[in-house]
Structure formats: structure tokens, C-alpha cells
Write a protein of this length. Structure first.
Length: 440
């Protein structure tokens, strides 16, 4: 049994278990949900999601605030659940700002990061009175200060910093070299001098997000300690204590074979040294520590379900052709910037008790060789009408995908919580490609 196959029982149990050979989501059989909303669909177990959020908050301790990176799953129902747990919001567009407001995240616990913020976005952020705009450049700082002055409203800025060194072990690096993210660490002094003392703009802290998909606890802690080093220098240049230190996040999800689980208890234990040092440093002692997480909070509570529409053999390979693929779940097909295309854990959800004696290739309906969910997937005898489940689908699924590609109907999204099903988003219609379009 591969390590990939070995992960499936835990994920099955977390999402809802098996009864009479069929996978359930929060007590509801997958075929019942499929009959209600059609296929394909995303199902999220709200109870599992809340449990994960609470576990992370407990691991971080009361001195550190947890923020949800909305980009990981901007479904309104999912965001509402997270907001009700007292988690803050990290957003990266005006659309996510509106979503955060509607989901119930308070402005005072909302931060706005990301390059290319428009004047409209900056103005909306200032008007709403968000906790901070995490500025990515001197030019963005200039525009923010001008907008704040024009509105006559105070704006709070955190300096997003591109550190000199890359964080080790990150599968996606967002700092340490030339990048669109943040102000280069060596340029901080000039930027601080330029904007210190502005009448409507206050620099209140720093933000460093060096990378994502990190399994290495030592590397994460080293990165946090380096951020504290930078924080001391910024506070000294400002001549005042910092109010906020955003340490980033990047806790990893073990999507692929041979990937270990992220050791949250080990991180919690090692992280105490970061908290203790922060509290013992006069210019940082009153600062709020922030950890921002997206996929780690929501990925494992989500399941993507697609129906088998054909089973064919081609030169010794059995192909299971499903009604959803890269158009609905681009990350699961390895087309979202992955260096290596490896399969997520996959199972035939209505045959969970059957022996997996075969190996199949699972593909989607799109007319491109890129639409491959996985090769050499261990499976039982698969038949037309069976339901294929892709695990770890709670993050970067629906919203990250090319939903308009080939003009297939869009999938539904369903939340299961307390044994009840709520349709968060209905499936698109066959003629949905024409919605909002005008001919000539």
C-alpha cells in the first residue's frame, strides 16, 4: 500500500466515515447529496472545519491571532463558519473585501495584502476602516497616503517585507529573491523615512510571508525568529513600538505520496520560543502576533465528487472518465503551478468496501491531455455511474479553477454540518456560458 492510499482511511473518517460500503459526508451518503445537487459537486464538512480551526487556535495560544486567507476558499458559508470562530481575515481583492464584510469578519480584524491593489480597493479599505493595508511597495504607500488624506480618514499600514533570505523547505517561495511581493528588506530604511509622521497614515507593523507548503518545523521557527529580527529594526527606525507582526503561515497539507503530516503539536511547542522572545523585547512586547493560514484550515474538510461517465481501455491502460476534472478542480490535476503532477488521494466512494485490485487512470471530460486527475490509481472494478472522490479539496478548488473552460456547467457547493445539508451554490446550467453575454 502506498503512503497515498494509507492516508485515505483517516480522511474518510474525518469527513464522515463509511456505512454499507458507501462514503458519507457528515452523516449524509454521497449518493444522497449527488441526487440532490447533481454531479460534480464540492462537499465541505463544517464540523470538521470548525474542529480544525479550534485545534490551530489552541496550538498557537492566546498570544497569537489566527487569520484566514480567504483566497483558499471564498465560499460565503465556509467564511461565515470561520468568522464565527473569532478568526480574522486576510484578503487580497475588493471582491474578498466585500465577502469578508458579508461573512461577518470585523473590519478591525481584517488585513489587505497582495500586489496590484487599485485605488478603488485602497479607498474601500480605508472607508471600511480595516485593521491594516499590508503595502507591497513605496508606490502603493504613496497612493494609500494620498487616498487617506483625501478622505480625511486614518489609514493603518503594515510594511510587507521581502526578506533577504529564502525560507528553507517551502514548496512555493514568495520571498528571498526578486519578487512582486513586498518591499525589499534592504530598502526598508528609505521607505520608513519617507512616510514616517504622515498626518493620515500610520505605519503600525510588518508582514512577512516567505512561502507556503512548509513541513519543516525548524525552518518555520527560524523564519519567525528572522521576522522578529526585522521587526526590531523597523521599530527602532520608526522610533516607536510595533502594534502588529504578521508572521505569515504556510503550514503544509500532505497531498502527495511520501508527504508527512504537518506536526502541529511540535510546531506549537517550538513556537513558544518565538512568543517568549517577542514579549521579552521592549519594542515588540505589545505587538499582536498574527499567523495567517488558508489551505491548512480548510483543505482536509473538503471533498470533490464527480461521476463516472465512461470506462475504456487503451493499450493496456484502463481510463475512468468522469464528468468533472481540471475545469472544476485545476489543482487536483497539477495545473496550478505544481512542478510535479502527482495525484491527490482518490477513492471510488460507493465501493469503499471493495478490494482495490486494479490500477486505473482517472481523467476528466475536457478535450485536452492535461485533464488527468491521476495515473495508476488503486481502484476496485469501476462502473459507469460510480462516484469518484478527490480528498483535500476544501482549498483552492472551485474558485481556483478555469470554470469557463469548455463551457461545462459549474459544480455545486454543499456544506454538511450537524447532519444537515446546505446548498451553498447551485450547479450551473448547461446554457450558463451565455449568461451575461451580448451578441453583436
Amino acid at each position: 500500500m502506498s503512503t497515498q492510499e494509507a492516508k485515505i482511511p483517516r480522511l474518510v473518517e474525518l469527513i464522515g466515515g463509511v456505512d454499507k460500503g458507501e462514503m458519507h459526508v457528515g452523516g449524509i451518503p454521497v449518493r444522497t447529496i449527488a441526487g440532490q445537487v447533481g454531479t460534480p459537486f464540492y462537499a465541505y464538512n463544517g464540523d470538521a472545519l470548525v474542529k480544525k480551526v479550534r485545534a490551530v487556535r489552541a496550538a498557537l495560544g492566546p498570544e497569537t491571532e489566527l487569520y484566514f486567507s480567504i483566497k483558499a476558499n471564498p465560499s460565503l458559508g465556509v467564511c461565515q463558519l470561520v468568522a464565527r470562530e473569532g478568526v480574522g481575515a486576510e484578503l487580497a481583492s475588493i471582491g474578498e473585501l466585500h465577502l469578508a464584510e458579508k461573512a461577518g469578519f470585523p473590519a478591525a480584524r481584517t488585513i489587505f495584502a497582495g500586489p496590484g491593489k487599485t485605488n478603488e480597493e485602497l479607498e474601500r479599505a480605508v472607508r471600511w476602516g480595516i485593521e491594516s493595508v499590508n503595502v507591497e511597495s513605496a508606490g502603493e504607500m504613496e497612493r494609500l497616503s494620498a487616498i487617506a488624506a483625501q478622505l480625511g480618514k486614518p489609514a493603518r499600514a503594515c510594511l510587507r517585507i521581502n526578506p533577504k533570505e529564502q525560507v528553507k523547505g517551502a514548496q512555493m517561495r514568495m520571498g528571498g529573491g526578486p519578487t512582486q511581493f513586498g518591499i525589499d528588506e534592504e530598502d526598508l530604511g528609505a521607505v520608513i523615512e519617507r512616510f514616517r509622521g504622515h498626518s493620515h497614515l500610520s505605519i503600525v507593523g510588518i508582514h512577512v510571508y516567505a512561502g507556503s507548503q512548509l513541513f519543516d518545523i525548524d525552518a518555520l521557527i527560524t523564519n519567525c525568529q528572522h521576522i522578529l529580527d526585522i521587526s526590531v529594526g523597523v521599530a527602532e527606525r520608526l522610533g516607536k513600538p510595533l502594534q502588529s507582526i504578521d508572521l505569515g503561515g504556510g503550514f503544509a497539507i500532505p497531498y502527495f505520496d511520501n508527504s508527512p503530516d504537518f506536526d502541529l503539536p511540535a510546531f506549537s511547542k517550538a513556537y513558544r520560543a518565538v512568543v517568549d522572545r517577542c514579549h521579552a523585547t521592549p519594542m515588540l512586547a505589545s505587538a499582536k502576533l498574527i499567523i495567517e493560514l488558508g489551505r491548512y484550515l480548510v483543505a482536509e474538510s473538503g471533498l470533490y465528487v464527480t461521476r463516472v461517465i465512461d470506462v475504456k481501455s487503451s493499450r493496456g491502460t484502463t481510463y475512468v472518465v468522469a464528468d468533472g476534472g481540471m475545469n472544476h478542480h485545476i489543482t487536483a490535476t497539477g495545473n496550478f503551478g505544481q512542478v510535479f503532477r502527482k495525484p491527490y488521494p482518490v477513492a471510488i466512494l460507493n465501493r469503499m468496501a471493495d478490494r482495490c485490485d486494479a490500477q486505473v487512470a482517472v481523467v476528466g471530460p475536457c478535450c485536452t491531455p492535461l485533464d488527468v486527475i491521476g495515473q495508476k490509481i488503486a481502484a476496485p472494478k469501476v462502473e459507469v455511474g460510480d462516484l469518484v472522490g478527490i480528498f483535500y479539496s476544501g482549498a483552492y478548488g472551485y474558485s481556483a479553477s478555469s470554470l469557463g473552460f469548455l463551457s461545462h456547467p459549474t459544480p455545486a457547493e454543499v456544506l454538511v454540518m450537524g447532519g444537515k445539508t446546505t446548498v451553498l451554490r447551485e450547479a450551473g446550467k448547461a446554457d450558463g456560458v451565455l449568461a451575461g453575454q451580448r451578441g453583436i
